[in-house]
Each structure stands twice: as structure tokens, then as C-alpha cells.
Design a protein around this ligand. Structure first.
Ligand SMILES: [Fe+2]
Ligand SMILES: [Fe+2]
Length: 169
């Protein structure tokens, strides 16, 4: 889906990213035990997509949500969960797919990320939709920031699977 042309708001953008990451995890799960190279490659795609997503939330979305909702606890919890996911991702990046803990580490990351994303979608996002926060303007800022993250210095490359998606170019 072409994100920009739809004028999606910040919440739509984050939900689409949740779905993209879920699809990558499902791709990983569908690989046979012998597909070590593909496992490594898809795990890298997962980590790249999650890194960009986490930064969009932490640097742009959460600060705005914190002000709009006045629910510092909810945001603080989300930030701690991000830190935990980043640690697991770092471990996965350093790990060879032959490592007997590789699949399990990806699985634990998936479990954590799924729970975290569900909390966002069921608690944080609906409350924000009811708030006065301008989610369309926030979404535009997030897309701009994502462009910088994916193309600027020290860039985080877009997942290979998304290479044909013009919204990620
Ligand atoms: Fe998050
Ligand atoms: Fe999220």
C-alpha cells in the first residue's frame, strides 16, 4: 500500500508497520530448519523494520501521545518494552543461524513484540483517536523522519522485502 497517497494518520501508519513486521515474522516461521541463509536474512529484515518503527514511536509518536493522553505510565512501559526488544534484536544480529538458540530468540522477540503491539492497538491508539491530537500532521512528521532514518547518514536500510514499496523509498 502506498502510505503517502492515502493521507494516513499516525496511527494508521503504525498499524501498517505492525502488519509488515508480523508478515516478516510469519515468513521466518514458514522457513524450513535447513534454510539458514534465509533465516538470517529475514531476521535482519525484522530487526531493520523494528528499529525504524521503534524510533518513529520513541522520537515522534510517544512524546506527542504523552502530552495528549497525560498517561505517562503507559508510555513509560512502552519505552521499557522497546528497550527489551532492542536487546533481543542486538543478540539476534550477533548470532549465527546455526546457533541452537537462534530460532528461540527470534520467537521470544516475536512474542514480546506481538504483546506490545496489541497493547498499543487496544489501549494507546484508541485513546489517541479520541484525543485532540492532530494525528494527520503527526503522521506527516513520522513519514519525513522515516525518510531521514532510511536514507540519511547512519541510515537504517529498509527491509529488502519492502524495496519495491515506493512509500519506503
Ligand atoms: Fe511500540
Ligand atoms: Fe508499535
Amino acid at each position: 500500500m502506498e502510505i503517502e497517497s492515502m493521507q494516513d494518520d499516525a496511527v494508521d501508519i503504525l498499524i501498517i508497520e505492525h502488519e509488515e513486521v508480523t508478515a516478516l515474522f510469519e515468513q521466518f516461521r514458514g522457513l524450513s530448519a535447513r534454510s539458514k541463509d534465509s533465516k538470517k536474512r529475514i531476521s535482519e529484515d525484522i530487526c531493520a523494520a523494528l528499529s525504524v518503527h521503534a524510533l518513529l514511536e520513541q522520537d515522534i509518536f510517544y512524546p506527542a501521545a504523552k502530552t495528549a493522553l497525560k498517561e505517562a505510565d503507559l508510555i513509560a512501559e512502552a519505552i521499557v518494552e522497546h528497550a527489551s526488544a532492542l536487546e533481543l534484536m542486538e543478540r539476534i544480529r550477533q548470532m549465527e543461524p546455526e546457533n541452537e538458540l537462534f530460532d528461540a530468540t527470534v520467537k521470544v522477540l516475536w512474542d514480546q513484540v506481538t504483546r506490545h503491539a496489541r497493547e498499543e492497538e487496544e489501549k494507546m491508539f484508541p485513546r489517541l483517536r479520541k484525543s485532540k491530537l492532530d494525528l494527520v500532521a503527526l503522521g506527516a512528521r513520522m513519514l519525513e523522519y522515516r525518510r531521514v532514518l532510511e536514507t540519511g547518514p547512519g541510515r537504517i536500510p529498509a527491509p529488502a522485502g519492502a524495496a519495491g514499496d515506493p512509500s519506503l523509498a
